[in-house]
Structure formats: C-alpha cells, structure tokens
Design a protein around this ligand. Structure first.
Ligand code: FES
Length: 265
C-alpha cells in the first residue's frame, strides 16, 4: 500500500504562488500546503488571493464559483460570499500579494515583520525589467532546499550577510559575472546576475502543495551573459535535488528559515 503524502509544514512569509500562464481564468484554484486558495484576476495588473473554502459549508469556491461584483457566488448553495470584507456575514480572507510581470507572490502570516523588504524589492525589479515565467515543475525535495541551493559557496561565493531588510544575502561570481542572491523567506530567492546597474534577475520559488511541491522560476533579462543566465534558470531546479552539506552557508540559511514561524494548514 502506498503511504500517504505528508504535506510539508508551511511558514509565514512570502511564496512564489503562480506564473501568469497558470492563472487560467478569472478565478483560479491554487494550494499552499493543505491550504486551499483562489486567485481572482481583477485586470492585467492586479490579481488578488483569498481563502477558497466557502464559510457556509466549506465548498471550494475555485471550482464552479462565479464572480458577481465584489462577491463570489458559491457553486454549492448559491450564497454570495464577500471577497475580503470582514464586515460581511459571509466572507473569505484576503492575503497580501504582488504581481511582478508574470510572477504572482503572496504572503502568509499576520504581521509585516516577515516581509524582509520583499514587496519593495520585487516591485523595484519589475519596474526595471519584465519578469517572464521560465519554469514550473513538480519537485520531490522540501521547498527550502530549492532556495538553499543559491547559497552554495562552492559555486557562487563566500560572503553571507544579512541585507538592509534582514534578508539573507550571498555575493560572489558566476561565469565571471557578479552574482548576488537574496532569500526573503525559506521559499523565495531573488538572484541578480551581471553588473549592478544592469543586472538580470532570476526569481526562484518553492511552494509546498497538498501532494508535494512546485518549483517556479521567473527571469528578467538585462546585462548578464547568456551562459550565466542559462546556468541559473536550468540549474536552480535540478540542482536542488541535493541538499547541501551543512557548512557555514547552510547553517546561516537554516538559522534564517527558523525566523519564520510555522503555520497550520
Ligand atoms: S457551501 Fe457555499 S453556499 Fe453552502
């Protein structure tokens, strides 16, 4: 008998939730851990994320739910569920999101302390260059191993510090290009490659689902050489099959991850 999949624990902080090509319609069902979510597209520039479970009897609003103004009509008993309004009798919680080019991010957790500057940094990146979806792939490793891969000093560099917002940062070189990776949560890393004034960007995320995990990569192209950019895009996901030996950089990354409280669901 196959053993059931035990979903990875989820944590507070930012997740790379979806690429534009995954947001199939006005309402898209998504999951993080066991948590059922819906992404609701408002227009080209704005996507909102809500809990998916109807507060009446728990039906999934992402399968058959119909948008009606600022509400969703539940497919099960037809009640009109408010989107994010705490004042309404029946409503679903809304989460903070950033849509940066093709990449949709959302944040779990009540406070702003687990932001680590991510919303600001990713918006600045998106103003400089368009982030285009490059990879969506199921993976079989814990999601933090994907991000940990960026902190492999054997490949990338030696200087591991905390950045101005408390994000974990490593600087080094890749194919003679400047390399700067910044983890903003256990699940999201933003890597600059190339000269500081015209660096390309690779955003890598690992998101747990109810039956495994999904890796996503988005790329903004500017000044990096093609070898370095290819290596990052195509190395980030397969490279993460191997957890790193617990050297100084991995210890620093795991200490950073421990700052994000685990959450239920
Ligand atoms: S479960 Fe949604 S209206 Fe009843």
């Amino acid at each position: 008998m196959m053993s059931p999949v035990v979903p990875e624990r989820i944590h507070s902080g930012w997740y790379f939730l979806a690429l534009a090509q995954e947001l199939s319609g006005e309402i898209t069902p998504l999951t993080v851990g066991r948590r059922a979510l819906i992404a609701v597209r408002e227009d080209e520039r704005r996507v909102r994320v809500f809990d998916a479970r109807c507060p009446h009897r728990g039906a999934h609003l992402g399968y058959g739910g119909r948008r009606c103004g600022d509400r969703i009509v539940c497919p099960f008993h037809g009640k009109r569920i408010a989107l994010g309004s705490a004042k309404a009798r029946l409503s679903v919680r809304e989460y903070p999101t950033v849509l940066a080019g093709d990449a949709l991010f959302f944040r779990l957790g009540a406070g702003g302390t687990d932001d680590h500057g991510f919303a600001r940094v990713i918006r600045e990146v998106a103003q400089r260059q368009r982030l285009v979806g490059a990879v969506v792939r199921r993976v079989t490793v814990p999601t933090d191993v994907l991000v940990e891969n960026a902190f492999d000093v054997a490949h990338f560099g030696k200087e591991i510090t905390l950045g101005p917002f408390g994000e974990l940062t490593v600087e080094g070189e890749l194919f003679a290009n400047r390399f700067l990776a910044r983890a903003f949560s256990p699940s999201v890393v933003v890597t600059e490659i190339g000269p500081a004034d015209r660096a390309s960007t690779v955003v890598t995320g690992g998101t747990p689902t109810y039956d495994g995990a999904v890796a996503r990569v988005a790329v903004g192209t500017a000044g990096a050489g093609p070898d370095a950019l290819d290596a990052l895009v195509h190395g980030a996901v397969p490279g993460a099959r191997y957890a790193l030996k617990p050297g100084r950089q991995v210890v620093a990354f795991r200490r950073f991850c421990a700052m994000f409280p685990p959450l239920d669901g």
